[in-house]
Design a protein around this ligand. Sequence first.
Ligand SMILES: CSCCC(=O)C(=O)O
Ligand SMILES: [Fe+2]
Length: 180
Amino acid sequence: MEENVEDQRLPHKGNAPEYVSMDKLADLGVLYWKLNPNNYENDEELNKIRESRGYSYMDLLDLCPEKVDDYEAKLKNFFTEHIHADEEIRYCLEGSGYFDVRDKDDRWVRIWMKPGDMIILPPGIYHRFTLDTNNYIKLMRLFIGEPVWTAYNRPQEEHPARKEYLKSLKEINERAVEAH
Ligand SMILES: CSCCC(=O)C(=O)O
Ligand SMILES: [Fe+2]
C-alpha cells in the first residue's frame, strides 16, 4: 500500500496496485485461515486451531462508536505502529477492516479482513489496524492464557520479541534460498 495516508479508512492501493501472495505473507510469519463465520460457536476447525495452539482465552470485540468507550482514542492507538511480546490472533466475524503489516523491506502490506478471515501476527512484527469506510468490524480475539494487550510503539529494535522476530525472518529466508 501507499506509505503516506490521509484517510486511513481508504484502500490506498496506489496508482499501480501490487498484490501480495499468501506465500509472501507466510514468509513474514503471518498465518491465515479461512473459516465459516456463521458457525464460530460450534466450529470444529476453529476448535482444532485453538487446541493445537493453546488458545484458551477468547473474547469478542465489536468496534463501533456505540459499543466502545473512548472509540476515537482506541482507533488512534490501533493505527499507531506497534509490536507485541505475544502473537496477535484475530478472527473477523462481521464487517471488515485493515490490518497493515511491515514486510522485509519495511513497506506496508495491507490485509483486508472480511468475515471468515483469521490471521495470526507473530510476536515482534510491526503492525497497525484501522476500520475501513464501512466503520464496523466484529472480531474474535484469542490468546494463550491470561491476555496481555500491551502495545510497544515503534521504534522497538531492542525489544526481545523484535530481535527474535528478525532472527526468525532470517531463518525463513535462508530456508527459502536452500529450497531453490
Ligand atoms: C482491534 S484489533 C487490532 C488492533 C491491534 O493491533 C491490537 O489490538 O493490538
Ligand atoms: Fe496489535
